[in-house]
Write a protein that binds this ligand. Structure first.
Ligand code: TXA
Ligand code: MG
Length: 342
């Protein structure tokens, strides 16, 4: 199939909505990363999303709606906490996991009786959802396992020929995916960290917000380079968190430690690698500006792949606040190939 590139004007949105109503796939811009949209209530349409991405079908998708009232299309259990979070963070990079109505496709939810939902902060996509008149299921619009797409070009590079269309919207402001918070029990639990932090949620809810322990866990790597991920070792509650993810084509190595020592260790490793004939990419973000790191991270991995580097040497950020969200992605990208610098 030819993948069409659509504009963000009325014509583009009308055409995208028509494709979605007919059960097709359209990639759409959001403030976090691009999503791959399909009608969330239509089994056949959402099945095509898994196929196009090469995504395991037990990994549920996030459903995007245009206004808080649309939550009633997806769930009957709207709590006061959910209302508070919706008021404070939507449209924006926060996804809530809630009990799903029977009408929500169990293919969308990966067979679960819960559904993940958010209102994206992007004018084009809000108009698209209104025009199509459906909740829009949308995982990130990358091939499964690749870095998430933060521009329409990234989507096109991964999915041309596999989806009906991509809307050529703006570059994503946030750059990493939304925070996912499980709201199905009285104590909310963050399943995936993002730029909305536990502290931000606690301020609004006036209660403790937990972090799924799997978020901080670093699975061991075996001698053959494979991850040791047995059921007992690593059990994230968001199914998507268990797969190796966001990986560049190049080998990637993360240096953890005191910033100045990390810089020296990276410089030494770079020299050794260059001497060995390798092309080296170095990724050092300003640790005082984790939001900038979030914005650039996936785009940088893709740029390194385009320039054909053999190895990416990256400095870790502190694992707190937004830094936690960036490091969650960085560790997965590197397949937990971590070097502690003494
Ligand atoms: O920012 C974002 O969230 C982007 C944009 C497009 O909105 N979407 C996104 O979707 O990142 P995806 O499919 O790449 O990641 C969805 C994550 C996965 O880790 C998935 O396992 C988890 O949310 N998830 C979805 N539904 C869930 C549910 N019912 N229970 C637990 N986790 C769920
Ligand atoms: Mg994804």
């Amino acid at each position: 199939m030819d993948t069409r590139i659509l504009g963000t004007d009325h014509k583009g949105i009308t055409e995208a909505a028509r494709i979605l109503k007919e059960g097709g796939l359209v990639a759409f811009p959001t403030e976090t990363v691009y999503g791959l949209g399909a009608n969330a209530m239509d089994d056949e349409a959402v099945s095509k999303v898994y196929a196009a991405k090469g995504r395991p079908s037990d990994n549920p998708m996030i459903v995007h709606v245009a206004k808080p009232q649309d939550l009633t299309l997806l769930t009957d259990n709207i709590t006061d906490d959910m209302k508070k979070l919706a008021e404070n963070f939507w449209p924006g990079p926060l996804t809530m996991v809630v009990q799903a109505k029977p009408q929500v496709s169990r293919i969308t939810t990966g067979g679960l009786d819960t559904v993940a939902v958010r209102i994206p902060d992007n004018e084009t996509t809000l108009k698209l959802i209104e025009t199509a008149g459906m909740p829009l299921a949308g995982p990130s619009a990358n091939l499964s396992g690749h870095p998430s797409p933060t521009s329409s070009n990234h989507v096109y590079d991964d999915l041309q020929g596999r989806i009906d269309a991509v809307i050529q919207g703006e570059i994503c402001k946030v750059g990493i995916e939304s925070t996912v918070v499980d709201m199905t029990s009285p104590a909310p639990v963050i399943l995936r960290p993002g730029i909305v932090t536990a502290e931000d949620l606690e301020k609004v809810l006036g209660k403790k917000v937990e972090l799924d322990p799997a978020v901080l866990q670093k699975p061991k790597i075996l001698d053959n380079g494979k991850l040791l991920e047995t059921e007992d070792d690593y059990k994230p509650k968001a199914p998507g968190m268990k797969y190796k993810h966001y990986a560049p084509k190049a080998e990637m190595m993360i240096f953890v430690g005191e910033p100045e020592k990390v810089r020296l260790a990276i410089a030494a490793e770079k020299m050794a690698r260059v001497e060995f004939g390798q092309k080296v990419g170095v990724l050092i973000f300003d640790s005082d500006k984790p939001k900038e790191a979030a914005h650039d991270f996936f785009a940088q991995l893709r740029a390194f792949d385009k320039s054909g580097v053999d190895v990416i040497l990256a400095a870790a950020l502190k694992e707190d606040g937004v830094g936690l969200a960036v490091m969650n992605r960085m560790f997965k990208s590197a397949g937990y190939n971590i070097r502690e610098v003494e």
